[in-house]
Design a protein around this ligand. Sequence first.
Ligand SMILES: *Cc1c(COP(=O)(O)O)cnc(C)c1O
Length: 233
Amino acid sequence: MNSSIEQNIIDVKKRINEAALKSGRNPDEIFLLAVSKTIDVPKIKEAVNCGLNSLGENRVQEIMEKYEPMGEGINWHLIGHLQTNKVKYIIDKVCLIHSVESLKLAEEINKRAEKAGVVMDILVEVNMADEESKFGIKPKDCENFIRQLSLLKNINVKGLMTVAPFTENPEENRIYFKEMKKLLIDINNKKIDNINMTELSMGMTGDYCVAIEEGATIVRVGTGIFGERFYNK
Ligand SMILES: *Cc1c(COP(=O)(O)O)cnc(C)c1O
């Protein structure tokens, strides 16, 4: 019998396929990141057993706690706000940091990556809707920020990430996804040394189909896979 997680994953993948085909895209271009924050290890393992071995966490502490129990073969992504003083704990554990939004943080990642002998893949978090409560840099500051990042040898800017506003109606976020794709193209067209961005990390459970229609290459889905989250910490 299918576990509900297994069934959820089948459903999410089906919707990803439909959204891709609807917008004339190849479904293989879209990467499903399972957001496992607050979810316990046995449940996460169910998802991994269904083939989802890339996991997104928004807190360094949770990656640290789950890293050993989850074992080898997991690609960890940090998707939440990262404090500069915590970079050292995850530099050898994550494969992509989605939430770079200050030069100070980028410089620390660069420094720690150099020490560890790696080049860290990162995304720039953009606050597309200019929400006060959200992290991320303003779209108009993005080009200059990326020019500064392009000088840091041990980070590789793969693309942009946004957390769109919470809304019941995903159509309301279409404009932000569309604008972020345009921003990526505009900045690529500036031909900045070392900058050729390919990734758009956008879309969550409530709006990933719309995000895909507007060009998302990474969708971050938590609730749609694991069900509702319970915060008890
Ligand atoms: C929690 C979280 C998600 C997943 O949210 P769902 O609505 O549960 O899919 C995606 N991105 C970030 C940055 C998150 O913190």
